[in-house]
Design a binder for this molecule. Sequence first.
Ligand SMILES: [Zn+2]
Length: 229
Amino acid sequence: METLDILIFGAHPDDAEIGMGGTIAKHTAAGLRVGICDLTLAEMSSNGTVESRKKEAEAAAEVLKLAMRSNLEMPDRGLYLTPEHVERIVLEIRKWKPRLVFAPYWEDRHPDHIACSKLVQEAVFNAKLRRYMPEVPAHTVGESYFYFINDIVEPGVMVNVTDVYEQKTAALRAYRTQFEAVGNDAVQTPLTQGYLERVEARDKLLGQKRSLPFAEGFISKLPYLTEQF
Ligand SMILES: [Zn+2]
């Protein structure tokens, strides 16, 4: 089985697209193998169904040309820091052996995003321990980065996503049941009330410091390492 260059974790299908859809599009266009692992099916979302969300996630994966998209089907609103949840994420990391792992930024108004961030950090650490689940070979992730969903802080790294911004928008628009109140039983939520416009405004604002039309921001817990500038 082919490995991945980049493995991105999200609590819900659409998290990775919100935070880094443009960065994904740039890397897949450059020939890198990028995958997304969603921890839950987002069954607690007020709009849409698990089935519609699955189809939307597949459509977004096609837009972004993902090499892989998986779902661990953990309980939505039940992403507690348990040994079992950590183990399942470790297995996913060891299976795909990514050089880079991305997770949601560790502060966010949605507790599941915080939980996902924490679980992935624990799993990245454990994945390299050969005596942790010794039946599956250990894997050391090169670097971990965090992307923004709702909350933002000053990014440490940014990616110029101007030339792929339409692809990001198309990937997000794939989640129609989330961002538009479609159907008779749909209700208004923070997502249906201009959420995508806010994401676009955020990406514009992030670009401002570098005079870029659009950028996505990332943060790392470790300093950026280089041999030479
Ligand atoms: Zn989410």
